[in-house]
Each structure stands twice: as C-alpha cells, then as structure tokens.
Ligand binder design. Structure first.
Ligand code: G1P
Length: 275
C-alpha cells in the first residue's frame, strides 16, 4: 500500500569536513557499507521499494552507487570478491531509484516538496539517512511504522526521548497518548530551547506522510533558520486532522555527528557485520 520512500540527500555534511568536501556525507561508510544503503535497505524491507532521492550538486556518487559499475563487475566476475557486492546487488534487484534535485538549501520541508513529482498522490515514507536505526530482531523502524499506518491512515513521525541538553537539535512533539508509545500530536516545535520544549520526545528521521502534506508545505512560510520546516507543516496537518508520533523500538545513531558516527561504526562492527 505504501510503495515509495523519499531520501532528502542534498545537505552539505559540514560537520564532516574535510571528508565531505568532494564526497556526499551519505556515502561515508559505516564499516563497509555507505550510510545511505542502510536506510535504503530499511525502506525496501518495509516494502517501500520505489526509492526517490532529492539530491543536489556534488551528490552523483549516490546515483552511481545504486547503478551497475560495469568495469568493476567485469573485473571481479567469477572471483571470490563477488560476494562483497552481494548486499548492493540485492538492493538493486529489489528497488527502483529515481532522482530529482533541490536547487537551493531551503530546508527539509522544501526538500520534501521537491520530491512531489516522484511521489504523486499517495502516502510515502521519508528517511533521513543521517539517522541510522537498527533493531535487534530485524523488524526495522519503517516496517513498524507501516503497520501503524495501515491501522490509522495518517502521517506518523518516529520519536525518541532525548536528554535535555540535546533537545535543541530536534523537532519536538507534544501529544495525547492513545496507547503505549503512540501519541496523537497536538504541538510540534522545530529545535526549541530546552526551556521552551513541549516535551522531551524528539523527532527522529523516519516519517510516513500523507500526500496532502505537499500543499500544506507550499503554504508553510519559512520558520526556524529561515528554512521551510517539515515540522511546521506537520503541525498544521495535526491541527486540521491527525498526526501520530510513535516511540519506535530500536536504537538510533546520529551519524550526522562525529561521535554518533563512531558509536554506529562500533555497534555495527560488533553486532551486525558479517552476520
Ligand atoms: C531534521 C528535522 C528535525 C528532526 C531531525 C531528526 O533536522 O528538521 O525536526 O528532529 O531532522 O534527525 P536536521 O537534523 O536535518 O537539522
């Protein structure tokens, strides 16, 4: 029922300079796999196999990653090295990949709006690949959210409790708990100061959005940092209808920060690599 997933990947990755000067931050490897591939695998596993990237200048390596590298395939055909390509071959066999560009860095809301033609008029997922999400039992965060969507048919944001000193880094929600770990959102603020935050439930980079969000974004003025914020559009959607916040099961690493990236690398190496 939900088939498509958008990946906004136009951001600069300044926190990883100089590594990201000529390489997309989404291509940084967590052990031996680029960050973005983890997100794409999570989407495909949830049944969202039409992947749309909202990309920008300097990001061509992402498109190349999800395409055949003819010379490489030719060189290693029939050798033991072929097994190193098995995960990406698997992703390529199951998914389709489309690309559009965000001409200017005008915020996450704007990035989603740029993806409108790739999505059309149907519900879709969004993955911010900086947030690497892993689960012990392999039931990915997007899979958990798709099941909820089937039940409630409205936009859903993934949330996690965060310590007070981290609140200013996130969109933060407030809501009425309708069952354990599930809230009907009635307030949402993008990157508030801790003292102004409506709760300690922070939005993590996994969303399911209903397509009316596009028109709402079009009518959403720039907010925090003078950028069009998805959080602001979702608050309008929540006021006129329903937006749910879901405290997901699993671990999340902030791979947009150096320390989160190192934690993710250690975790993946110790728990997932080679399994
Ligand atoms: C974005 C969203 C924010 C959310 C965060 C999750 O911010 O705007 O609401 O909490 O992703 O990672 P960014 O980190 O891209 O600035």
């Amino acid at each position: 029922m939900i088939r498509k997933c958008l990946f906004p990947v136009a951001g600069y990755g300044t926190r990883f300079l100089p590594a990201t000067k000529s390489m997309p931050k989404e291509m940084l490897p967590v052990v031996n796999k680029p960050l973005v591939q983890y997100g794409v695998e999570e989407a495909i596993e949830a049944g969202l196999d039409e992947i749309g990237f909202v990309t920008g200048r300097g990001k061509r390596a992402i498109a190349d990653h999800f395409d055949v590298s003819y010379e490489l395939e030719h060189q290693i055909a029939g050798t033991s090295k072929e097994e190193y390509l098995s995960s990406i071959r698997n992703v390529m066999a199951k998914g389709s990949f489309s690309f559009t560009r965000q001409p200017s860095m005008a915020g996450l809301g704007d990035a989603i709006l740029q993806g409108r033609r790739l999505i059309g008029d149907e519900p879709f997922g969004v993955v911010l690949s900086d947030d690497l999400c892993v689960t012990e039992d392999g039931d990915g965060v997007l899979s958990q959210m798709v099941r909820l969507y089937k039940q409630f048919r409205c936009s859903i944001v993934a949330v996690q409790e965060v310590p007070e000193e981290d609140i200013h880094k996130f969109g933060v929600i407030a809501g009425e708990q309708i069952k354990t770990g599930l809230y009907q959102v009635n307030d949402m603020v993008e990157k508030p100061e801790a003292k102004d935050a409506p709760s300690n439930l922070a939005i993590i980079g996994r969303y399911i959005l209903t397509p009316d969000i596009f028109t709402i974004i079009e009518n959403t003025p720039p907010g925090k940092n003078n950028e069009v914020q998805l959080t602001d559009a979702l608050l309008s959607q929540a006021k006129d209808g329903c937006v749910l916040a879901y405290k997901f099961k699993g671990k999340r690493f902030d791979c947009g920060s150096v320390s989160g990236f190192v934690d993710a690398t250690n975790y993946v190496y110790e728990n997932l690599y080679g399994k």
